[in-house]
Unconditional design. Structure first.
Length: 596
């Protein structure tokens, strides 16, 4: 028995009519001597599309779909005899455009006109700026997911703009630091990074994602027709009286372009020094060092460790009307009044190095270099610290000890380094337990031994420290609505530091092992990150599991590891070279100081 499929037949009829229409336009194109174009196979340049409005395009039955060199534009037309079409083409020529026309079907024009929907929202705002309102009563990730899923079931309206704005608004509402859009084989996954950990938000199809990524690219100033290469851009969100910067990164993937939007919220970065989680003893030392008129203060750690937040907190602490502060940043994440802030721009060759050189000609008292990345920047920053400036900066190293070896790897003379450097501080960010749902935890026997050993080390460094093994807490499985079901809410830092004093200066030029260097620094009474993390565990601020996630809480020292080298240096080789020491494989004559 044969069944009649009306839907399928109607689709076939539509397809035949479309083919017939295209064949007719191809014949007419030959008659009028105008190139014929099947628009479906061509990329539509939205930057060209906005040359005329949608209303003007529909009225004149044309569409500007491409741009060439200089002011050359490609225009699709339906009828060269249409009077309004002729007037519109003439108007474009009067504006200085070199118009290349193509004859297309009415269906092709409608396909181009449909793309105006992708830019309808963004045209209502300033270029690169989007106005949104925080959605009332959103307090949890589950609420955002529910609202997006409700919109996804609405088939009667154009929902992509509403979903995109809900994704942005939701991220701001629950203080997410990043938005990840990741195409997979069947769906596209949206995730937020909350307190340093990624959490799923929603899933939707590739067709909707295409509309959303088009909007993201338009706002970020990226090219729509580039899909095989990486692109980076930025846009702003205007939220009442503040403007929040969004950094966009687009990466080609197996199933489509992956997008990450980093949210640079001034409120999340503007944290006072007292609220960063620095323990009392180190806080007093740091306050003393940043109050000095000269020298260098370095923060170290991997990406996302909170180094920039610490630097901003230090700047606000030293800010006063009688000093000049200049910063070189990439990007400017938080604007501070009464400070000259500059931003790295590779297109104009304004780098950390060129910015630092220029800043020194501006007679500053305090300089902040967002990051030391190369040898020249390191040497000039050190020189600035030696010549009457207080310099703040950051490095990518794993520990405070690693800061010294990294700078020497960059070619800084060790004898000059110890003179310029005031303090180097390493840090990580750990999540705080949710106070609404955390639960008491019984540590294992091995954990008890580790805790007791660490307590002994802490009391040896700081005998007056009031610390003991009492109740230990952990995150509640499944969390609660207050913490987005994660068991954690908010973050703070764990820190370690090396204070460059006279005792340390004497030992640094002897190429000490890591063990010898840390033994020397123990007399300074500064906790390392493992011990600082343990203090916060015993105070009920965080959990054993969370600290272990961020650092190796049971890290042991390698007895013979040299602080200035990634490999052991045989003692017999050192003994045979009485006039020189070897730092990271580079011979440095200690009798000859390099001229920086």
């Amino acid at each position: 028995m044969v069944y009649f499929n009306e839907i399928k037949q109607n689709e076939q009829i539509k397809s035949l009519r479309r083919k017939e229409e295209e064949r007719l336009m191809e014949v007419l194109a030959q008659k009028y001597n105008i190139p014929y174009l099947f628009i479906t196979t061509h990329v539509i340049d939205v930057e060209a599309l906005v040359i005329i409005t949608e209303e003007e395009a529909r009225d004149a039955c044309i569409a500007v779909f491409g741009k060439g060199l200089k002011k050359q534009i490609k225009v699709a037309i339906f009828s060269p005899e249409n009077q309004k079409t002729k007037q519109a083409l003439q108007a474009l020529q009067q504006q200085g455009f070199q118009v290349i026309t193509y004859l297309v079907s009415k269906k092709s024009l409608e396909i181009v006109w449909e793309r105006y929907k992708d830019i309808s929202k963004s045209k209502k705002t300033t270029a690169g700026v989007i106005n949104i309102d925080l959605i009332e009563n959103i307090t949890s990730l589950n609420q955002i997911t529910d609202q997006i899923n409700i919109l996804l079931t609405d088939k009667t309206t154009n929902i992509f703009s509403r979903i995109f704005e809900l994704i942005l608004s939701g991220a701001l509402a629950i203080k997410s630091s990043d938005i990840h859009m990741e195409p997979q084989e069947e769906t596209v996954r949206i995730r937020y990074r909350i307190d340093g950990v990624l959490q799923n938000v929603c899933f939707f199809d590739h067709k909707l994602y295409y509309r959303i990524i088009t909007r993201v690219k338009l706002l970020s100033g990226l090219k729509l027709n580039i899909v095989k290469n990486t692109q980076d851009g930025r846009f702003s969100i205007k939220l009442k009286d503040i403007q929040i910067e969004i950094r966009t990164s687009v990466l080609p993937g197996q199933y489509g372009e992956s997008v990450v939007m980093r949210i640079l919220d001034p409120k999340s970065i503007s944290v006072p020094l007292e609220a960063l989680g620095i323990n009392e003893n180190l806080f007093k030392i740091l306050q003393k060092e940043i109050s000095k008129p000269t020298g260098m203060i370095l923060t170290t750690g991997p990406t996302g460790a909170g180094k920039t937040t610490t630097l901003y907190a230090c700047l606000k602490k030293v800010l006063s009307p009688d000093i000049k502060i200049i910063t070189i940043e990439d990007p400017i994440e938080y604007h501070i009044n009464n400070i000259v802030q500059t931003q790295v721009n590779n297109q104009t060759n304004y780098t950390f190095l060129s910015g630092l050189r220029a800043a020194l000609r501006q007679d500053p008292d305090v300089i902040m270099v967002g990051e030391i990345r190369d040898s020249e920047t390191a040497k000039i920053a050190i020189n600035a610290a030696l010549t009457g400036h207080l310099v703040f900066s950051s490095l990518h190293t794993n520990s405070a000890v690693g800061t010294i070896s990294r700078l020497i790897d960059l070619g800084v003379n060790p004898k000059v380094l110890v003179t310029a450097l005031n303090i180097c501080m390493a840090q990580r960010l750990i999540r705080k337990l949710c106070p609404h749902c955390k639960k008491e935890y019984t540590p294992s026997d091995n954990e008890k031994v580790l805790i007791e050993d660490m307590i002994k080390n802490i009391l040896k460094k700081q005998p007056s420290h009031d610390i003991k093994l009492t109740a230990i807490y952990t995150a509640n499985d499944g969390g609660c609505n207050e913490c987005n079901s994660s068991g954690y809410k908010g973050r703070l830092g764990i820190y370690e530091a090396i204070l460059i004093n006279s005792e340390l200066e004497n030992i640094l030029i002897t190429n000490p092992t890591k063990t010898e260097l840390i033994k020397q620094t123990q007399e300074q009474g500064i906790l390392n990150m493992q011990e600082d993390g343990m203090v916060k565990i015993l105070q009920g601020i965080t959990s054993f599991k969370e600290v272990s996630r961020v650092i190796d809480i049971e890290e042991e020292l390698v007895p013979n590891e040299k602080v200035f080298s990634g490999v052991d240096i045989e003692e017999k080789k050192l003994a045979s070279r009485s006039d020189k020491k070897i730092f990271s494989g580079v011979d440095i004559d200690l009798d000859t100081e390099e001229n920086l």
